[in-house]
Write a protein that binds this ligand. Structure first.
Ligand code: SF4
Length: 183
């Protein structure tokens, strides 16, 4: 017997009988292991929550601008950094992330060039997507109400940063020198 589930109105199969059989076998094996070692239950539930959060991740380049020009930057390989084209309006970003929510995105990775230059876009993402991470150079303050996690890129130590990035990126996130307020 073939078991399948279809997306309504599309006729597109989401699950095959093989997938369902494997899922059932895996679940039975997990339940067997938990029955032998009940302390695994809590760890299993934590793992399920994490897997659910990463169910549908998506990457977004929300900025075509940056306040730095680092050695080795893959985004700006040449003077194209001075050209910014086809920018969406704030309303456009709101609608875009609302549509991403409807698409079922569970985890947003927001990168740039430099995403912290556009707090409205970051905020639009946090309002629509449950989990997320912002990849930033750490030189611009990200408002506290933008609740995603933050990853800060470093090019080495402070001396290397000054040479390769033209800024003391290591020092700012560590609070050694004040950050620049967001525009
Ligand atoms: S901070 Fe990132 S995007 Fe900006 S110039 Fe450096 S590597 Fe490129």
């Amino acid at each position: 017997m073939t078991i399948s589930a279809s997306k309504p109105g599309t006729g597109q199969n989401l699950l095959t009988d093989t997938t369902i059989t494997l899922a059932r076998q895996t679940n039975a094996r997990i339940q067997g292991l938990i029955a032998q070692a009940p302390d695994l239950q809590a760890r299993y539930e934590t793992a399920r929550k994490i897997i659910r959060a990463f169910r549908r991740p998506s990457f977004y380049e929300v900025s075509q601008k940056c306040n730095l020009w680092c050695e080795g930057c893959y985004y700006f390989e040449n003077d194209k950094r001075q050209v910014v084209g086809n920018e969406m309006s704030d309303d456009g970003w709101d609608a875009f992330f609302a549509a991403e929510h409807d698409r079922g995105v569970s985890m947003a990775y927001l990168v740039g060039a430099e995403p912290s230059l556009y707090p409205h876009r970051l905020r639009a993402a946090t309002k629509n997507i449950r989990y997320g991470k912002i990849g930033t150079n750490g030189t611009v303050v990200i408002p506290r109400d933008i609740s995603f996690r933050i990853g800060i890129s470093v090019w080495g130590n402070e001396t290397d940063d000054a040479v390769l990035r033209g800024a003391r990126c290591c020092a700012r996130p560590c609070g050694i020198i004040p950050a620049t307020p967001a525009p």
